[in-house]
Design a protein around this ligand. Sequence first.
Ligand code: ADP
Ligand code: MG
Length: 619
Amino acid sequence: MKISINLKTGDVADSTPKDIIVGIDLGTTNSLVAYIVNEQPVTVKSKYGQRSLTPSVLHFNEDGSIVVGDKAKDYLVSHPERTIFSVKRLMGKSYADVSKLNSSIGYEIIDQDTESLVKIKVDNRFYTPTELSAEILKSLKSDAEHQLKTTISKAVITVPAYFNDAQRQATRDAGKLAGLDVLRIVNEPTAASLAYGLGLDKNEQYKVAVYDLGGGTFDISILQIEDGIFDVLSTHGDTFLGGDDFDRAIMAFWTEKHSISIEKMQEDPALNQALRLAAEKAKMVLSKENTFETNVEQYQLALDKATFENLIAPLIDKTIESCIQALKDSKLTTAEIDKVILVGGSTRVPLVKQRLAEFFDKTPDDSMNPDEVVALGAAIQADILAGNRKDILLLDVTPLSLGIETVGGLMDSIIARNSKVPHRAARQYTTSVDGQKNLRISVFQGERDLVVHNRKLGEFTLKNIPAMAAGIPKIEVAFILDADGILTVRAKELRSNVETSVEIKSTYGISEEEMALMLIDSIKNAEEDVKKRALLESINEANNVTLATDKFLIQNQAILTAEEIETATLLNAALKSSVKAGTKDDIEAAMKRLNDYSTPLAHKALDVNIGEALKGAKM
Ligand code: ADP
Ligand code: MG
């Protein structure tokens, strides 16, 4: 080891080279890697193409070897069945989530069991999306090692802000499989704003909208940057919306115009892919010019800019709706946004920029290459983690509320939607039955009042609770959401210290559409949900009261008169039947009648029992 001395300060400095931590943008369409040289982020050029973008495409050769990137993209038309693209859309997903994709891809997705994670079949082997992503990461790692002339073992990988825990976990696992220690999973919009240098000066303050329209995903995030702290106020988006959809809209326009049937497209995957590539080319040309023409097989294809803009206008409208929602969640107005940043290749489409400029009433910043900003920002994040920029902190948010099921199927939110992560929250519960030994804890994600309308993430049982009367155990349920958005749930009986915890790795992911639907449902059904919740709460309370009354009447037979017992029993029976048939008002009225009658009885019993206890103490 060499020792050097800083001549200015006299400090002894350790000059052994630090491990390089790379930043990786593992994209749906394109992936790339970046690192820091002389405090500036730069991208790695791929070994083959002289570009930094590696298409997220894999091709399986007949001998089982795999090629990744530009070389694999060449096989999309000739060998669609053994050339895999858009694997990121499949990360952490079940077959049921992605079955609708089947018509637009040339390779085979396997439906083994609709509940479990999807697999992709090539020849007679099955691959998980995680394994396939690992191949892309290996290729990026090798390109970086080639350029940097050193081994790379540590990385920061970015994901869309809306990736749920299953998808983040799958991404982390892919890194591990590729031989990378994944130090952090970072949201893409957060990385992009870092790349724009926002927040690197501690004295600056910004409210930023990051609009990221890539090939397969769309995200809008509202960030507040202050004192070197990045605070994601809100996020919204759609993991099924991107430039691929522009391509599909163009394809649909051409197939209709040239009467190419759906059957023909299904039977002829090569034609399908050739049209897809031509559509993408048309889109890119129309970002600069007004017309496009090409030939695919016998078809003469043409498209002009105005027609293209008509085709994609509804898709752009959807992204603007997300912007409205994200702003609403952040409680800001467009006038309060200081800066709008463009990320993702599809933001090169002029109509996108135009609509955004209109909506936010300011010109979006597109000064950086929208393909590269996320990877460059990931490299800066890596630099922060390496300890080179100590005064910067990153905070993200969770997109949906997290909670558990309580009596009657009610959702009890423990961590609210848009809470910052990392986050820890806990709440106390108890048992509802005497001597209850086990407590089942079901964890849900969503905004509705009843768990049936939300999404179950997992469940576990707290076992061996020591025997105690109902209501006595103090069970603390803690939710610990780490910086990557991965949730651990811990349940602990505080009197006995009996404890169980699970890391929630849901078996399959939730699509962006489902997430949007869940949010919309929660708003649409808010009034009805409140009513249902109120009714269920009355039923729960009534059940507790009837149980307690039964118990009270048995324990205090000696103290109460026959008439008191009879009246209380009748009122209790009336409450029980109101629970079965009644409305919330009926139940509350019956409960009030019983309470009014039995409260004096309870006081009487208490006095007698205390008297007995005092007598006992004297003896
Ligand atoms: P992802 O983050 O999903 O990997 P990228 O940010 O790399 O995606 O964006 C890829 C998308 O950008 C593709 O749909 C591609 O067709 C589109 N794209 C790239 N360049 C242009 C352009 N000049 N005009 C329009 N779309 C473009
Ligand atoms: Mg991207």
